[in-house]
Design a protein around this ligand. Sequence first.
Ligand SMILES: Nc1ncnc2c1ncn2[C@@H]1O[C@H](COP(=O)(O)OP(=O)(O)OP(=O)(O)O)[C@@H](O)[C@H]1O
Length: 232
Amino acid sequence: MFIYISGLKKSYMSGEVKTEVLKGIEMQLEKGEVGVILGPSGSGKSTLMNILGGIDRCDSGKVLVDGVEINKLNENQLTDFRREDIGFIFQFYNLVPNLTVGENIEVVSNISKSPFNIDEVLKAVEMQDKKHRFPRELSGGEQQRVSIARAIVKNPKLLLCDEPTGALDFQTSRSILKLLQKVNKEFGTTILMITHNAAIAAMANRVFKVRSGEIVETVVNQVTVPAERIEW
Ligand SMILES: Nc1ncnc2c1ncn2[C@@H]1O[C@H](COP(=O)(O)OP(=O)(O)OP(=O)(O)O)[C@@H](O)[C@H]1O
């Protein structure tokens, strides 16, 4: 199993008060699959994703990514894991404003061990014509395409997407989801995506429903729906 999570717990302290945010998560995803995490605001989705991406650490439980138990890595190993194996896409694009599209991608490619070719990745996200533009000269959807290119150029094992269409209108959202599906097929990248939108679950191989820090249901879709046919 490519992602294997068992008994994962995480609490936060605010002052004297301890809040258990993840209460024993069980979750599995195969290599090359698309997983969707669905759940209401505050249910622990981002916390789970941050632990899986090596941004945060769990208190207890097992978290394996491609056979590596990431909660056992030291700080340097965790940094390497995050840098080399994980691509992140967020709701807001976090592009460097004074670098062009090409340069934003090059910064990541330069520090990667086995990056894809920048022009190929730009072509895949249909942004090859805008390589020399600055982020402020792009629409929201175009900026998200660039942030996807930046996340995949490093040839990550796992692409983690936290509400990637949260700031986009429905047509643009659909084109971004279509692009993620294409990345999954063409580059074979395993994708795990957080969303509030239950309709998006139709494009996933596995859907994890989170409530108050627990996975209350896992749905395995035998047939996945192409993004362009998702009903909103
Ligand atoms: N660093 C932190 N310190 C204290 N509490 C935190 C911290 N990070 C998250 N929390 C709390 O953990 C809970 C879960 O947060 P999380 O961001 O994982 O939820 P979410 O499901 O992703 O929500 P949303 O859909 O609104 O982004 C929330 O109650 C939040 O306030």
